[in-house]
Write a protein that binds this ligand. Structure first.
Ligand SMILES: NC(=O)c1ccc[n+]([C@@H]2O[C@H](COP(=O)([O-])OP(=O)(O)OC[C@H]3O[C@@H](n4cnc5c(N)ncnc54)[C@H](OP(=O)(O)O)[C@@H]3O)[C@@H](O)[C@H]2O)c1
Length: 277
């Protein structure tokens, strides 16, 4: 999606994927800085490790305690630090890294765009308390949900996350049980549904999907998970996580380029790559 976006924006830039072992992350980041990359993305397990490897952190990275986007800045002759994209003629005196996190914004943008959902005062059941579940729970709290039900296979992790949210967002009513009445959204942040034959990430005996208006599944491959199929059968709206992937990428594009992301171009490229059409 990034290469399509660069092309559509007339930028002679290139986005490449590298596999880096966690023990080599520091050297890889140093190499990118020395080669004057404009920026890069990081994925699991590098998002947490990179926090202490950045020269500076944007508030978004500080807030979530994880970095998924890095932008490099150069020292200009007037003594100011500028994004590397702004160095056309002169070479930067020094280059430093700045870490951002675009994941949480990606989720709220996708919920708004794909489901027309505004989270303020809503009731949400979140399935999963891993890396994605934690960021989702904190972002839901930040967005002002009224009631948040955290359900996770390992109850201790749900309890720890609930305690963190309660401390940071005392207004949010957090429970680590299934809801007793209707909710606006069921959000799946577990990895259940990716593999054929996976069980559902929730117990329909304890909460029927007729009691939710919508289901958002962070999984995007397959395009329709068993949870989404159950939701549709129950009359709820259901969408997959492609929009979240798109919007975290779009925000990264904007950080690197300083321009609005060509969303439709990026969406089409992503669909082509993931689903082949
Ligand atoms: N759309 C996007 O842009 C996007 C972005 C990030 C992540 N994701 C997706 O979100 C999902 C979770 O990612 P993550 O990084 O949070 O992974 P993670 O940190 O490994 O967490 C996995 C979560 O799934 C639960 N789980 C795994 N196997 C299970 C099973 N057999 N039964 C019940 N629960 C199970 C885990 O429960 P325990 O705590 O009990 O182990 C945990 O809550 C993945 O499918 C990933 O692809 C999508």
């Amino acid at each position: 999606m990034h290469n399509a976006a660069f092309k559509a924006s007339g930028l002679n830039w290139c986005y490449l994927a590298y596999e880096v072992r966690p023990e080599h992350l520091r050297e890889a980041l140093e190499g990118a800085r020395r080669m004057q990359f404009v920026g890069l993305n990081l994925t699991v397990p590098h998002k947490l490790l990179a926090m202490e490897m950045m020269a500076g952190l944007d508030d978004s990275a500080k807030q979530w305690g994880a970095v998924n986007t890095v932008a490099f800045e150069g020292l200009a002759s007037d003594g100011s630090w500028k994004p590397l994209r702004d160095f056309a003629e002169e070479a930067p005196g020094e280059v430093r890294s700045k870490g951002y996190n675009t994941d949480a914004q990606g989720l709220t943008a996708a919920l708004k765009e794909d489901l027309g959902l505004y989270l303020e005062h809503s009731r949400v059941m979140l399935l999963g308390a891993g890396g994605a579940g934690r960021v989702a729970a904190l972002q839901l709290a930040e967005a002002g949900v009224a009631d948040l039900f955290l359900v996770n296979r390992t109850q201790d992790k749900a309890e720890a996350l609930a305690a963190e949210i309660q401390a940071r967002y005392p207004k949010v009513h957090v429970m680590t049980t299934y809801p007793h009445r209707e909710v606006d959204l069921v959000l799946n942040a577990t990895s259940l549904g990716m593999k054929p034959g996976d069980a559902l990430p929730m117990d329909l005996g304890r909460f029927p999907l007729t009691d939710t208006k919508a289901v958002y599944d962070m999984i995007y491959r397959p395009a329709q998970t068993p949870l989404m199929a159950c939701a549709i059968e129950s009359g709820a709206r259901a969408v997959n996580g492609l929009g979240m992937l798109l919007h975290q990428g779009a925000r990264a594009f904007e950080i690197w380029t300083g321009r609005p992301a060509p969303l439709e171009v990026m969406k089409a490229a992503l669909r082509e790559e993931v689903y082949g059409h």
